[in-house]
Design a protein around this ligand. Structure first.
Ligand code: ADP
Ligand code: MN
Ligand code: MN
Ligand code: MN
Length: 336
């Protein structure tokens, strides 16, 4: 018998949360995993008198915590008539992935997060403030680094789960870290990001440390937490101009993207702390104060990818990747 942890995104407002529960199954093949149900009235996904919601398995990977043949199963949520639930953002992402398939989008997402112990970021003294920012980013040493044992456990779990993690690093604020997922197509990178987030929370339990995706976890002179979303099309990977065209296209729908890049984005995109203000749009080579950064090696090699620096740490990846595909894809198709 196999323990399958069915994981899904709930209806919490303003930011959805992860839920999961265990089903005992005979086969862990995606095609064999049965649909299942849950009480939507307890997850802000249904009124109490019509509480049944449906879980549909969409992605399966080894469960690095239970081990053996056990699996983690990412699901999307359907209504009882098998149509997408209003909180199901994956379905629209799947439609966009199909519509723009010929452009061959891939995404690499940098997930920043902040550990909390009780009500304070890990590494902040219980009274007063930690030493100012400067030494923490990619730091080493007990006075600079907080939570590394959790980070290492999480990385190992993600690799054991066969997720495509491309790296990790300590961030600018104490207790703040990052992992990167991808590059992968929109649905895959988003499924894997949600699983990697679930593993982060789950491993935090073992250490009695909570990981949070708050976009501005500490007021004052402290960096916020983002989810820079790097992306390319096959045209961007083979010549330079399509990278500029993609950045220009994103400028035409700036407000739509900002409105969908995570709750509290105005607090994070202030124009300080390596951000551009949410009120303006600008792109530039190597510019960490821009909305969109063109990495220096992309300019030098004359091809590659660009980085959308606007998404918050608490962004919803099916929505962010869908919007990028639509905005950049519509402009590219209009040119053809
Ligand atoms: P930063 O310098 O902004 O900290 P990172 O190294 O943290 O950058 O993240 C860069 C991300 O870009 C990684 O997730 C990587 O997989 C992704 N990436 C690299 N090449 C491409 C590409 N051609 N298309 C999309 N994403 C890419
Ligand atoms: Mn990074
Ligand atoms: Mn970062
Ligand atoms: Mn970045």
């Amino acid at each position: 018998m196999i323990r399958a942890e069915y994981i899904w995104v709930d209806g919490s407002q303003p930011t959805a949360k992860l839920r999961s529960k265990t089903k005992i199954v005979e086969s862990a093949e995606l095609a064999d995993l049965p649909i299942w149900g849950f009480d939507g009235s307890s997850t802000n996904q249904a009124p109490g008198d019509q509480s049944d919601c449906v879980l549909r398995p969409v992605f399966v990977c080894p469960d690095p915590i239970r081990g053996g043949d056990d699996v983690l199963v990412m699901c999307d949520v359907l209504l009882a008539d098998m149509s997408p639930h209003p909180t199901n953002t994956r379905d629209a992402c799947a439609a966009a992935a199909e519509k723009y398939a010929s452009l061959e989008f891939i995404f690499g997402i940098e997930q920043e997060y902040t550990f909390f112990k009780g009500s304070r970021p890990l590494g902040f003294p219980s009274e007063g403030f930690a030493a100012p920012q400067g030494g923490y980013y990619c730091g080493v040493g007990a006075d600079e680094v907080f939570g590394r044992e959790v980070v290492e456990d999480h990385l190992e779990a993600c690799l054991d789960a066969e997720l495509l993690i491309s790296g990790i690093n300590a961030e600018v604020m104490p207790g703040q870290w990052e992992f990167q997922v991808g590059p992968l197509p929109a649905l895959e990178v988003s499924d894997q990001l949600w699983i990697a987030r679930w593993l982060l929370y789950r491993i935090g339990e073992e250490h009695e440390i909570s990981a949070t995706l708050y976009p501005k976890p500490a007021r004052g002179d402290w960096n916020g937490a983002g989810a820079h979303t790097n992306f390319s099309t096959s045209a961007m990977r083979s010549s330079y101009q399509p990278n500029i065209d993609a950045a220009e296209a994103l400028g035409t729908r700036h407000d739509l993207h900002i409105a969908n890049y995570g709750f509290g984005i105005e607090e994070r995109l202030t124009g300080r702390h390596e951000t551009a203000s949410y009120k303006e749009f600008k792109y530039g080579v190597s510019d960490r104060g821009a909305s969109i950064r063109i990495p220096w090696q992309v300019e030098r090699e004359g091809k590659g990818y660009i980085e959308d620096r606007r998404p918050n740490a608490n962004m919803e990846p099916y929505t962010v990747t869908r919007l990028i595909m639509e905005t950049v894809g519509d402009a590219a198709m209009a040119q053809q």
